[in-house]
Design a protein around this ligand. Structure first.
Ligand code: FCB
Length: 452
């Protein structure tokens, strides 16, 4: 079995560096009856919305098997588990707490703590209660305040047992994919909708941050953003400009308001009715200091100029791809980390997601996913290189603990380091899971020599 190796004396081999695995509520939990509906339930019921016409009703039945799943996480030897809370499981429509739903997470967190694991909680990994979408969802400014109430309820129940809270996961996806291109729930479209949703999401982040900090001063508080390195198709000034606009629209749109209290220049290109409604004081709320930045990275994107739009994606041809059709580009991972570190004075960074869907086959009880092991090895080394170049990275979470519902692609794509048989719910650790565990367990308190 190939190994995941890091260079000797890598900071990542010190016990201070956090290694974890990540999941999200809608993608694994199932038990739809135990919660209110969310926008993904509604979206999944629309014809052709999900590639395999599936939904999250059952998923990995994690609500049923959570104890086994924690045991599984523990068996990998990781330091931390990143999970998300299902807003519609813990909050009723009238704003009261669903005690039974909240208890599920209290028990989960208690069990993780018993096993000495650090708990990273994300409050919003895309499962907006449908009752809020019915009032306009993220197009309605009030949703940001409902999020603040929800954050306060979670902080009240879980308190400082949570090592690190993240307000949102990838607001880019919620806003752009959910409200601008419509390929994710709730399936709305239009530039104006996308930009307004993004602003309200960022406002929600800031409002929640205030109460989280007040209620849990000793936990870390941050947000998780996704980045894709934007490369130009050619050296032409037009293509370079296109890549720059894409970077502003997809990456900087979410980070610049947090760090510099303003949207990037590309906002000037929007018509008045496409611009978000920014009210006095919003940018101050959004730009409160955060304790850490979560970064999710999967691939780079190549852009070219286009006379219909500001930038156009050039799909990869003749390149090594994952099963998602995403180009495998570890160097671009180092590049974006170093770039962001150069452009901003960032707080400590956790890589909150990184991983790959591959065409796995379960044969004789084994998944020999050498390709995924290779992805982890090259991307962990890319993180190591970024650290050597001065980027302050404190941890890394593999996406994902186990195969799960991959949004618009349903169960057709497998990202897990653990295989899930959806008929029996049997979990089988893939070779990549064993390799990851071996790397993690090879550490001792100080540095150890990695094997190159
Ligand atoms: C990220 C999501 C995560 C998962 C991975 C593959 O954008 O945060 O839920 O779907 O992509």
């Amino acid at each position: 079995m190939p190994k995941i190796t890091l260079p000797a004396n890598s900071l990542m081999l010190s016990k201070d560096f956090v290694f974890g695995v990540a999941t999200s509520s809608f993608q694994i939990e199932g038990d739809r009856k135990g919660r209110q509906d969310c926008i993904w339930d509604t979206f999944c019921s629309q014809p052709n919305a999900i590639e395999d016409s599936s939904n999250g009703d059952i998923a990995c039945e994690h609500v049923e098997y959570w104890q086994q799943d924690i045991e599984l996480i523990d068996s990998l030897g990781v330091d931390a588990y990143r999970l998300s809370i299902s807003w519609p499981r813990v909050m009723n429509e009238d704003g009261s707490v669903n005690e039974l739903g909240m208890r599920f997470y209290v028990n989960l967190v208690d069990e993780l703590l018993k096993r000495n694991m650090k708990v990273f909680v994300t409050l919003y990994h895309w499962d907006l209660p449908q009752y809020l979408e019915d009032q306009g969802g993220w197009l309605n400014r009030e949703t940001a305040f409902a999020f603040q109430t929800y954050a306060a309820a979670v902080a009240n129940a879980l308190g400082e047992k949570v090592y690190a809270y993240a307000t949102l996961n990838e607001p880019f996806c919620s806003a752009y994919l959910g409200y601008e291109t419509g390929v994710h729930a709730p399936g709305k479209t239009g530039v104006g909708n996308g930009r307004k949703a993004a602003h309200h999401l960022l406002l929600a982040h800031g409002l929640a941050l205030k109460v989280l900090r007040q209620q849990c001063p000793n936990s870390l508080h941050g947000i998780v953003l996704n980045f894709s390195t934007c490369h130009a198709q050619s050296e032409s000034a037009q293509d370079k400009q296109a890549a720059k606009w894409a970077d502003e629209y997809h990456n900087q749109w979410y980070l610049k308001p947090l760090m510099h209290a303003e949207y990037p220049e590309i906002i000037e290109k929007l018509s008045a009715d496409e611009r978000p409604d920014v009210i006095d004081g919003d940018m101050d709320i959004i730009s409160q200091p955060i304790d850490y930045l979560g970064i999710n990275y999967y691939t780079r994107t190549v852009y070219e100029a286009d006379n219909q739009q500001w930038f156009k994606v050039v799909p990869p041809v003749d390149k090594p791809l994952t099963a998602m059709g995403w180009e495998i580009t570890p160097d671009a991972f180092t590049e974006i980390l170093v770039d962001l570190h150069t452009q901003y004075t960032l707080p400590p960074i956790y890589i909150t997601e990184n991983g790959a869907a591959m065409n796995d086959e379960l044969v004789d009880g084994q998944v020999k996913d050498d390709d995924r092991i290779d992805y982890f090895r090259t991307h962990l080394n890319a993180v190591n290189t970024a650290i050597e170049k001065g980027v302050n990275i404190k941890g890394y979470f593999a996406w994902s603990l186990m195969d799960n519902f991959e949004w618009a692609l349903g169960y057709s794509k497998r990202f897990g380091i653990v295989h899930v048989d959806y008929n029996t719910q049997k979990r089988t650790v893939k070779q990549s899971g064993h390799a990851y565990a071996e790397l993690v367990k090879s550490r001792i308190n100080g540095y150890i020599s990695g094997i190159k």
